[in-house]
Write a protein that binds this ligand. Structure first.
Ligand SMILES: Nc1nc2c(c(=O)[nH]1)N[C@H]1C(S)=C(S)[C@@H](COP(=O)(O)OP(=O)(O)OC[C@H]3O[C@@H](n4cnc5c(=O)[nH]c(N)nc54)[C@H](O)[C@@H]3O)O[C@H]1N2
Ligand SMILES: Nc1nc2c(c(=O)[nH]1)N[C@H]1C(S)=C(S)[C@@H](COP(=O)(O)OP(=O)(O)OC[C@H]3O[C@@H](n4cnc5c(=O)[nH]c(N)nc54)[C@H](O)[C@@H]3O)O[C@H]1N2
Ligand SMILES: [Mo]
Length: 684
């Protein structure tokens, strides 16, 4: 810190999740905090087509309130939607949810977490009875088998990856690492066994592994009998997945599937870590079930070193789940569809019975489809950049152009999304505000405010609170500080699976981070869930879910012969509103690069370094290519960080499709069909 500005970022050696280790993006963040492009004042336009002009806060909020009242009167509450983010603080999430679901009267509040962990949340709930990753980071030091599925941990969870690498290096003979990814990544470098499967075929692999474990007598029959239900139905499905058939479906060898099964089955403690290669699929929830099945059948859950452990991507995606930040949820892992849950929340918010609508709201993509169809009239977007990060960007842009009212609350301008705003609200970002975030292992951390926000930027919770006052709901939003908001939220979680009622800002600040459940002020927190073998289902047993392989929604064909998968690179964060302003990161990774297999490149007449035109049924992108054997034949990879503002054809989401999982409603961002050709006019 110098002159009220952040000059250097370093980790907190006392933090139990990272022991002071931080990733490169955080280290290089300071220049982005004060960079040109920070949104410093509210802006509004008189009408569509007119330029955005600076307005005072009061006028900006009053304008939105007036438009809201008109739309409510003319079209009802479900014509309004909120689209928020796993990067908000817990307090901000909570206020947004209360405002939308309790007071505006619509459950149309969803978040970018729908693109991210929706399948994991749905998967845990279906198999274990409730959402919530059961394991802890300290399990890394206790595990002797790591099954890493669809996660490029080295680039995307570098601190966790270093812990895994240390564990592997300390006991190379005893610890095995299996990496399941169509690409050879930095993560795969650590693997004893890298399984470059066909995109989307994880269920065939996992079912095949479980088939082998059963054949080899490596199941935990006692655990299955005492703690689970549904084994017989799953066993019948597993009959159809001998390794020879799983090999055909996955494009792997039968031997490698057997080898993976034996490594997992012979481990004393097996930890599975997974992320977007699993969740971003039209069978994402089923893939989650297949991983959890493996752990239940072998009793690898609820004890040190063992468990299914989904990696959450965004810093507070977990807090979003806890506060009810998806269209079907209410705070405390409650469901909108559950009448008793609605009643409990209505009482807490001082609302009459029946105030919260009984039907779940629209998930992320359905909000934008609703806007495009004229069924949704207004959208308030906060802390996310959908005009770059959603699939099928033409649809998203159409939706935003068509809307009667677009409110965007961001820390920067321009972004792909602020371009469409009628009202633009300047948000404070980390480290300009205080609040709580929860990490993958259910650990709540208090983030203190370190510096003043620039210009007129304000914390998101304060903006939402002031708007609630403008709408006449001051009595229900009396907050003077984020600590008060947190207390109201924490009390509401009492007795639920994610009980945080023993947590407060003061306690976190004094004692340090805590893992929920923390049901009392003197409760020490909970390292892992289900240590007693009891699950939050009606009969207390975890459920085996029989799941089947299914091909991607858009398989390759003669016209579009390759499968495109999309994802991340080490040096950029999402849509680059911050990392593009960090010169060191841009210097290391200035442009998107398409990864292509050498056989596919030869067939398409492409050479390493060529500029390549990538075409799908929805659009086109252009990128320089890297030709290698590090990606499976038939598959290519393009990072999605570059939005249309960086150059229209740099955007991977010109290509991706809006197909989604029927249960989690998470889009299939990891597979669509494309063709390649050398771009005309590019440097030869
Ligand atoms: N550097 C960096 N780190 C980040 C982020 C960032 O933007 N940049 N974002 C954060 C967020 S929000 C998230 S969600 C996480 C995401 O973290 P990850 O999920 O690790 O990142 P991705 O690159 O999206 O996808 C991971 C891998 O899935 C593979 N994959 C694709 N299709 C399949 C498939 O069908 N099966 C399997 N098994 N694998 C497949 C891809 O080849 C890719 O290597 O990262 C977090 N960390
Ligand atoms: N093709 C493809 N698309 C993907 C993915 C993929 O793997 N492939 N991954 C998906 C996943 S997992 C994710 S999580 C999404 C991420 O997608 P987005 O959420 O759209 O990406 P971000 O760039 O993180 O957007 C965050 C926005 O909030 C702003 N911001 C930062 N801090 C604050 C704050 O404190 N308050 C407010 N109000 N604003 C703030 C930033 O400037 C930025 O505009 O992308 C998804 N899209
Ligand atoms: Mo994410």
């Amino acid at each position: 810190m110098r002159d009220g500005a952040v000059t250097r970022v370093k980790g907190d050696p006392a933090h139990p999740a990272n022991f002071g280790d931080v990733c490169a993006k955080a280290v290089h963040l300071p220049p982005a905090l004060r960079a040109p492009g920070r949104l410093l004042h509210p802006m509004a336009r008189a009408r569509r087509g007119a330029p955005l002009e600076r307005v005072p806060w009061e006028l900006a909020l009053r304008t939105v309130a007036e438009r809201f009242r008109e739309i409510l009167a003319a079209h009802g509450p479900d014509a309004i939607a909120f689209y928020a983010s796993g990067q908000l603080l817990t307090e901000e999430y909570y206020v947004a949810g209360k405002l939308a679901k309790g007071f505006v009267g619509t459950n149309n509040l969803d978040t970018n977490s729908r693109l991210c962990m929706a399948s994991a949340a749905a998967g845990y709930a279906r198999s274990l009875g409730a959402d919530g990753p059961p394991a802890a980071w300290e399990d890394i030091e206790r595990a002797d088998c790591f099954l890493l599925v669809g996660t490029n941990t080295a680039d995307c969870h570098p601190v966790a990856f270093k812990r895994i690498r240390r564990r592997k290096r300390e006991a190379p003979e005893d610890v095995s690492v299996i990496v399941v990814d169509p690409r050879w990544t930095e993560t795969a470098d650590l693997a004893d066994l890298h399984l470059p499967l066909r995109p989307g075929s994880d269920i065939a692999l996992l079912n095949g592994m479980l088939h082998v474990l059963r054949r080899e007598g490596l199941l935990d029959a006692g655990f299955v009998a005492a703690r689970t239900s549904g084994w017989d139905a799953l066993r019948a499905v597993l009959e159809r997945y001998p390794p020879e058939r799983a090999a055909v479906l996955t494009g792997l060898s039968a031997e490698s599937i057997v080898a993976a099964a034996l490594r997992f089955g012979r481990a004393r403690a097996a930890l599975s870590l997974w992320s977007m290669g699993v969740n971003q699929s039209h069978v994402g929830t089923d893939k989650n079930a297949a991983i959890i099945n493996l752990h239940l059948a072998t009793g690898q859950i609820g004890r040190p070193g063992a468990g299914p452990f989904s990696l959450t991507g965004q810093p507070n995606a977990m807090g979003g789940r806890e506060t009810g930040g998806l269209a079907h949820l209410l705070p405390g892992y409650r469901l909108v569809a559950d009448a008793a849950a609605r009643a409990a929340v209505e009482r807490h918010w001082g609302l009459p019975a029946g105030a919260i609508a009984a039907t779940p709201g629209r998930p992320a993509l359905e909000i934008f489809e609703g806007l495009a169809a004229g069924e949704v009239r207004a959208i308030w977007i906060l802390c996310t950049n959908p005009a770059a990060s959603l699939p099928d960007l033409d649809l998203v842009e159409k939706a935003l152009r068509q809307a009667d009212l677009v409110v965007v609350q961001d820390a920067y301008d321009p972004t792909e999304t602020t371009r469409f705003a009628d009202v633009l609200l300047p948000a404070a970002q980390w480290p300009e505000k205080a609040g709580v975030m929860t990490s993958s292992e259910r650990r709540l951390t208090y983030l203190p405010k370190l510096v003043e926000p620039p210009g007129e930027a304000r914390p998101d919770a304060e903006i939402l609170t002031r708007f609630a006052h403008e709408m006449g709901w001051k009595a229900a939003f009396p907050y003077e500080s984020p600590a008060e908001i947190f207390d109201e939220f924490a009390t509401l979680t009492a007795g639920t699976v994610c009980d945080c009622s023993g947590v407060s800002h003061a306690r976190l600040a004094a004692e340090g981070p805590l893992q929920w459940p923390v049901p009392a002020a003197d409760h020490p927190g909970t390292a892992r869930l289900y240590a007693d073998g009891r699950f939050p289902t009606p009969d207390g047993r975890a459920r085996f879910v029989p799941v089947e392989h299914d091909e991607p929604v858009e398989p390759p064909d003669a016209a579009f012969p390759l499968t495109l998968t999309t994802g991340r690179v080490r040096d950029h964060w999402h849509t680059m509103t911050r990392t593009a302003r960090a010169p060191a990161l841009v210097a290391r990774t200035p442009e998107p690069v398409l990864e292509v297999n050498l056989h596919d490149a030869r067939r398409a007449g492409i050479q390493d370094g060529d500029f390549v035109e990538i075409t799908s049924r929805r659009g086109k992108a252009i990128a320089q290519c890297r030709v290698s054997a590090a990606i499976r034949e038939g598959t290519c990879f393009l990072p999605f960080h570059w939005g249309r503002r960086a150059g229209f054809y740099k955007s991977a989401n010109n290509l991706t499709l809006a197909a989604r999982d029927p249960l989690s409603r998470q889009p299939e961002l990891k597979a669509c069909a494309v063709r390649l050709r050398r771009a005309a006019g590019g440097p030869a």
